[in-house]
Design a protein around this ligand. Structure first.
Ligand SMILES: NC(=O)c1ccc[n+]([C@@H]2O[C@H](COP(=O)([O-])OP(=O)(O)OC[C@H]3O[C@@H](n4cnc5c(N)ncnc54)[C@H](OP(=O)(O)O)[C@@H]3O)[C@@H](O)[C@H]2O)c1
Length: 255
């Protein structure tokens, strides 16, 4: 798809992958609107990139989402809805049966899965009315192989992946100009993974791959280790599971 001259709304755009995406979309001639829950972070992002429009909004709150839609409509609408906002709860709240486990699962589902459907529903007609438009949903390498330490997060992302695939097919059957992209990052160096050791790619590298994928109409954008894990999981699922869940993670589960 062509990016230049379009307008993108990036949820969770004040930090991490979303902020880097704001930077690279601007560099590609795209107007950028970002959202997030924390006004201070939004103000900081605007200081860095004054061309950005920043709107405080929580994707998991129905009232916020409706207000966001109204504001965006008044600004002239968008061509691309980039569902980037996401949360990962602390592995410390692990467990197969406790109240905190349930609370965390509900929180992740509300933001990572239902938050995306809520915004897509609100913006669907606006996006369908554009000559060429897109929805970008951010799933994860963990939507192919679940992490024992991040079980409920993995589940929220696999739900989003199946929804994304069916939404794309549904719009294709309707001959819509609205394209549905899925971004599947591996582990990326952001606040979300700050406590984690091991291999991480940069937000810059991830977003470069996203922009290239969008330009080529590559609807499923697997980046870095996600590509290899996708293939390995199809051929040798046990080995793929062991790579995502090394034995040392079992100790945490038993403690
Ligand atoms: N980092 C990774 O390794 C990795 C790997 C695979 C997939 N992903 C996915 O990539 C996306 C971006 O992650 P990231 O690594 O950039 O995380 P991050 O640095 O924690 O940034 C997440 C952003 O989302 C915003 N956000 C969270 N909940 C929100 C809500 N309810 N409404 C609106 N905004 C909200 C946060 O801002 P506020 O707190 O101010 O709202 C923050 O700006 C997420 O969907 C994540 O699941 C990340």
């Amino acid at each position: 798809m062509q990016l230049k001259g379009k307008t993108v709304l990036i949820t969770g755009g004040a930090s991490g992958i979303g902020l880097e995406a704001a930077k690279q979309f601007l560099a590609n001639g795209v107007s950028v609107i970002i959202t997030g829950r924390n006004q201070g972070k939004l103000d900081e992002a605007r200081k860095l990139y004054p061309a950005i429009t920043a709107i405080r909004s929580d994707v998991s709150a129905a009232g916020d989402a409706q207000k966001l839609f109204n504001q965006v409509q008044q600004l002239g609408g968008i061509d691309i809805l980039y569902n980037n906002a996401g949360v990962l709860t602390e592995p410390i709240n692990l467990g197969i049966a406790n109240d905190q486990h349930f609370e965390d699962a509900a929180y992740e589902m509300n933001v990572n899965y239902l938050g995306v459907i809520r915004l897509n529903n609100l913006f669907m007609d606006m996006l369908k009315s554009r000559k060429e438009s897109a929805i970008i949903n951010t799933t994860s390498i963990l939507s192919y192989v679940p992490s024992l330490l991040e079980a409920t997060y993995s589940a929220s992302k696999v739900a989003l992946r199946f929804y994304t695939e069916t939404l794309r097919k549904h719009l294709q059957i309707l001959n819509s100009n609205l394209k549905v992209f899925e971004l599947l990052p591996p582990v990326v160096a952001t606040e979300m993974t700050a406590e984690r050791n091991g291999k991480k790619i940069t937000t810059e590298g991830l977003v470069k791959a996203l922009i290239t994928g969008l330009k080529k109409d590559q609807f499923t954008i697997r980046v870095g280790d996600t590509k290899a894990l996708y293939i390995l999981n199809r051929l040798f699922p046990g080995i793929a599971f062991g790579l995502v869940n090394p034995k040392k993670s079992y100790r945490l589960l038993q403690s």
